[in-house]
Design a protein around this ligand. Structure first.
Ligand code: ADP
Length: 253
């Protein structure tokens, strides 16, 4: 069995302020197909805040409100996943973690034992940050770094990040028309990791930096990351199921 982690960001999972149900179904179908092809998948899913907002429109600019929305939305999100997985006769499960779990070897061991047991029984663990006790990823990162820790400590060789961007480019493709996709990246430079502090930096702004930090962490631990389009899953399907690397960026040492 090849164990992988798939992380899906809130931009992919939401549309007009609500959970994008068709995309959620597409993601579930991908995980079901991966299972048939010898993969066991741990899913790290954002989207709880958006799911909560559809029930109670609190001001999302306030962190405590986002925590409250996540608490409202998390069970709704899991219910959607459960219904979709049930269509394919599969079970899923909820695992809420905070970053400090990964600082405590005892906690890591307990969490890993639970996740190993779920996977052994073909149950998909769906991980999110426990937003009521830790707000790190809610404020910054959208689970990118959490998912890198999940991949490393729960022994997955590959983290797949499904994003609103289809690859890592040599500069921000939304700002530069001539930006070029990088298919394979072996090493990340120091300035790329801190690019958010320099607004004029052409390497990276916004959400890409936390993805590069996740990739850097995994490369340093001998693991891999694949960044691909979350709206159209053909690149990730080709890469994982057909063994063809047509699009998306592979970070590998
Ligand atoms: P998600 O919500 O899918 O996790 P983000 O929107 O947070 O993703 O981050 C991806 C965004 O980062 C892209 O849409 C793009 O505008 C921006 N970006 C900046 N620099 C780059 C780059 N060098 N390569 C790819 N994307 C970049």
């Amino acid at each position: 069995m090849k164990r992988i982690v798939i992380k899906v960001g809130s931009h992919v999972l939401t549309e007009n302020g609500a959970v994008a149900k068709e995309r959620l179904l597409g993601l579930v179908e991908l995980i079901v197909d991966l299972e048939k092809n010898g993969y066991e998948t741990i899913l790290v899913s954002s989207g709880a805040v958006a799911a909560g907002y559809t029930q109670l429109p609190l001001d999302k600019g306030i962190v405590a409100n986002r925590q409250a929305l996540a608490a409202i939305g998390q069970p709704l999100l899991l219910k959607m996943y459960q219904e979709k997985f049930a269509k394919f006769g599969m079970l899923c499960s909820q695992v809420l973690l905070s970053a400090d779990v990964f600082e405590n070897p005892g906690h890591i061991a307990h969490a890993k034992a639970a996740i190993d047991t779920l996977l052994k029984n073909k149950v998909v663990p769906i991980i999110n940050e426990n937003d009521t006790v830790s707000i790190e990823e809610l404020v910054f990162g959208d689970n990118d770094r959490l998912s890198a820790h999940v991949a490393h400590y729960f022994d997955a060789n590959l983290l797949v990040i499904l994003s609103d961007i289809d690859a890592y480019y040599d500069k921000d493709p939304h700002k530069y028309k001539d930006a070029k996709q990088r298919l394979v990246v072996h090493e990340i430079q120091e300035e790329e990791l801190h690019a958010e502090h320099t607004p004029n930096n052409t390497f990276a702004t916004g959400g890409i930096v936390t993805k590069l930090q996740a990739a850097d962490f995994l490369l340093k631990h001998g693991r891999k990351m694949f960044l691909a389009n979350g709206f159209d899953l053909s690149d990730v399907r080709n890469f994982l199921i057909e063994n063809q690397h047509k699009g998306g960026t592979l970070f590998v040492g």
